[in-house]
Ligand binder design. Structure first.
Ligand SMILES: [Zn+2]
Ligand SMILES: [Zn+2]
Length: 350
């Protein structure tokens, strides 16, 4: 293969403007791998910056953290990978700090500014929506070659789901409610089913209800039925063992508190909302009901490993969650498609 010197990549320059730029591919360090990108999916965080909803992210943003590709070159200290292997991508980590040594890679001391990290050539972000991407080998996870790159790009979001379920300590046979059937709600529901849980998902948008039902999920239409009543019926009046909030709105928070079982109920706050939702909870209730309110965000090494397995072994069906595919040159159109209400992941393909 001819040696590639430069790469084209997508940049959110300002609100509503995303363009293709070009840069020199950074020289590989000993522990780094060069990946030829297969697909980069546009996450809620990405289009939230594009629409202006997420003001915490800086411009110009070389966005993209949900991507997958094939290894085309590697440094001398890379272990456990071969050129030509398909990989999904987790988060960068140093592998050396006290957190990384324990596998708590999401707490790595080198993460610093996170997605606002500034490159020497003046871009924020991780350059995931780029023809070629340089990554430390520690953030890669092997994928089965039969997996479509747009689906292999789900290692990151599925990893965050795996962390959430790990923190929620779900076990087979438990009855778990997921509020919201957007991409993350559906992923939570599919991963719960893979764990052997009994799942009920609530949603108000017709399109999302249809997708949930096509995936074999027990979905309740909250525009027609009272979700709290439906959960009570479903659990013979007891309430759910756990509730996952996959939407960040105050009304959903209120519902979760009513849906969860009276004693030892667990609620996972999976989603953020902008503006920040409120949580109306009497702390005496948490005490007397022995309730657990659990926060989750991002993922650790073990979560990404599990996500890569779930996807590679086809234990979760991602086919309905890829809404549309666009080439890099149409990245502006891709963002326009990603913000259509009810859209699942829009994928930029290379
Ligand atoms: Zn994401
Ligand atoms: Zn570290």
């Amino acid at each position: 293969m001819a040696k590639t010197e430069t790469t084209r990549f997508a940049v959110i320059e300002q609100e509503r403007v995303v363009k293709v730029h070009e840069r020199k591919i950074p020289e590989l360090k000993a522990d780094e791998v060069l990946i030829k990108n297969g697909a980069c999916n546009i996450c809620t965080t990405d289009y939230g910056q594009w629409t202006g909803a997420r003001k915490n992210l800086k411009f110009p943003m070389a966005f993209g953290h949900e991507f997958s590709g094939t290894i085309v070159d590697m440094g001398s200290e890379v272990k456990g990978f071969e050129i030509g292997e398909p990989v999904g991508i987790g988060y960068d980590n140093c592998g050396k700090c006290e957190f990384c040594k324990k596998g708590l890679t999401s707490e790595c001391v080198t993460l610093g500014e996170g997605r606002n990290k500034l490159s020497p050539d003046g871009y924020h972000g991780g350059f995931g929506c780029s023809e070629y991407v340089v990554k430390p080998y520690r953030s890669l996870f092997k994928m089965d070659p039969s997996i479509d790159p747009s689906e292999a790009a789900f290692v990151e979001p599925v990893g965050t789901v795996c962390q959430g379920l790990r923190k929620l300590r779900v076990s087979a046979g438990e009855k778990v409610v997921v509020i919201g059937a957007g991409t993350m709600g559906i992923l939570n529901a599919l991963a719960l089913k893979a764990e052997g849980c009994d799942v009920l998902i609530t949603e108000m948008m017709e399109k999302k209800l249809k997708v949930a039902r096509n995936l074999g999920l027990h979905a309740v239409d909250v525009s027609k039925e009272d979700p709290v009543e439906k959960v009570k019926e479903w659990t013979d009046g007891r309430g759910a063992d756990a509730v996952i909030l996959a939407v960040g709105v105050t009304a959903a928070n209120d519902q979760a508190l009513e849906m969860v079982k009276h004693l030892h109920g667990r609620i996972l706050l999976f989603a953020a909302g902008y503006p920040a939702p409120e949580l109306h909870v009497d702390s005496n209730l948490i005490h007397y009901r022995k309730m657990e309110l659990i926060g989750t965000f991002s993922a650790d090494l073990c979560d990404f490993k599990k996500a890569a397995e779930l996807i590679s072994e086809k234990k979760i069906d991602l086919s309905k969650l890829v809404e549309a595919k666009y080439p890099l040159d149409q990245v502006q159109e891709a963002f326009e498609a990603a913000v259509v209400p009810g859209a699942y992941r829009v994928s930029v393909v290379f």
